[in-house]
Design a protein around this ligand. Structure first.
Ligand code: IPM
Ligand code: MG
Length: 369
């Protein structure tokens, strides 16, 4: 089997972390009898510099013709002018919308070895294993109008939160499906005491829960959830929520794992690829970290774990994904850490060395099938 993978490294630390992930996929290809045909294109700030736009139509076309997309990160101070006509982040928003990637899966697991890297108490976070399903193509990110105006009273701006019943239902249904394969608990996070869209989310999710009675269903208000996530993270299994709440809560949840540099994500659509699985875009949840870009200090593990999610969700290679996860865990157990996870006694390594350590472990271990 040959799969087409589009590699979009982006800005800042994107290129260095994605390079390590690509090299991991090459080991998988060699050991597991699959072939990845990697194509690469420029996106984000780098594309604004080179072509004047964050995402060229050619690149979008390449993405739609690929079996999966591996993405780094986009943005940086250089392109931060709020009045600029083009912003690097538009590349990501357009890709998500045009590829129909409505479900953003962000797993958060606490590893005992890393508990000391979190500012939270080990007894609170140890054993956390949750999955946030963030709706990714609706809500405030895409609602119209979204604009800034000047009236005689001064400047004003508006953003619109909009959801259809079908957009909500497909995310919630996938949430139940995922929960069924895990610990069978689903938490809907909303702001139903204030927002009409949240009340619709709650209504639709409650209806769908009636057909999924084997999964325990609860609703939690987003402000309370911001607290519960830090107070009792172990109580949650699958958390489903709208776009903006999911964006905010997953940065918060990254503290449970120790560092943003560890958290991968998968953005899935309904369309199937040549392998018969969902097309997807896979990216670390961290940003471009311009302060450490190009200095071999970034943590490539989130990008490597995103490549593992690609194997699982877009190619049906669950055993191989686990093989990578186990290699990452083994390297961390041996005490190797990138600077973001530095703790007393840790063996500090750079981005490249961390990637190499993971690959060395893969070479020594067998993929289980
Ligand atoms: C994320 C990021 C993006 C988002 C930005 C870069 C557009 O914060 O993936 O969480 O807000 O969705
Ligand atoms: Mg974010």
């Amino acid at each position: 089997m040959t799969y087409k993978v589009l590699v979009l490294k982006g800005d800042g630390i994107g290129p260095e972390v994605v390079s390590e992930a690509v090299q991991v996929l090459k080991v998988v290809a060699r050991r597991c009898g699959v072939d990845f045909n990697f194509e690469e294109a420029i996106v984000g700030g780098a594309a604004i510099d080179a072509y004047g736009v964050p995402l060229r139509p050619e690149t979008l076309k390449l993405a739609t013709e690929s079996d999966a997309v591996l993405f780094g990160a986009v943005g940086g101070p250089k392109w931060d002018d709020p009045r600029a006509a083009h912003r690097p982040e538009q590349a990501l928003l357009t890709l998500r919308k045009e590829l129909g990637l409505y479900a953003n899966l962000r797993p958060v697991k606490t590893m005992k070895e890393l508990a000391s890297a979190s500012p939270l108490k080990p007894e609170v976070i140890n054993g956390t294993d949750l999955l946030v399903l963030r709706e990714l193509t609706g809500g405030l990110y895409y609602g119209k109008p979204s604009e800034r105006r000047t009236t005689e009273k001064g400047r004003e701006a508006v953003d619109t939160c909009f959801y259809t019943e079908e957009e909500i239902a497909r995310a919630v249904r996938l949430g139940f499906e995922l929960a069924r394969a895990r610990r069978k608990r689903l938490t809907l996070v909303d702001k139903a005491n204030i927002l009409s869209t949240s009340r619709l989310w709650r209504e639709v999710a409650t209806e769908i829960s009636q057909q999924n009675k084997d999964v325990a269903f609860e609703t939690v208000l987003v402000d309370a959830m911001a607290m519960h996530l830090l107070q009792r993270p172990k109580d949650f299994d699958v958390i489903v929520t709208e776009n903006m709440f999911g964006d905010i809560l997953t940065d918060e949840a990254s503290l449970l794992a120790g560092s943003m540099g560890l958290l991968p994500s998968a953005s899935l659509g309904e369309e199937l690829n040549s392998a018969g699985y969902r097309i997807g875009l896979y990216e670390p949840i961290h940003g471009t970290a311009p302060d450490i870009a190009g200095r071999d200090r970034a943590n490539p593990l989130a990008a490597i774990l995103s490549a593992a999610m690609m194997l699982e969700y877009s190619f049906g290679m669950r055993a191989e994904a686990e093989w990578i996860e186990n290699a990452v865990a083994a390297v961390l157990r041996e005490g190797y850490r990138t600077p973001d996870l530095a703790s007393p006694g840790a063996k500090i390594v750079g981005c490249k060395a961390m990637g190499r350590l993971v690959r060395e472990h893969l070479e020594r271990m067998e993929p289980e099938s």
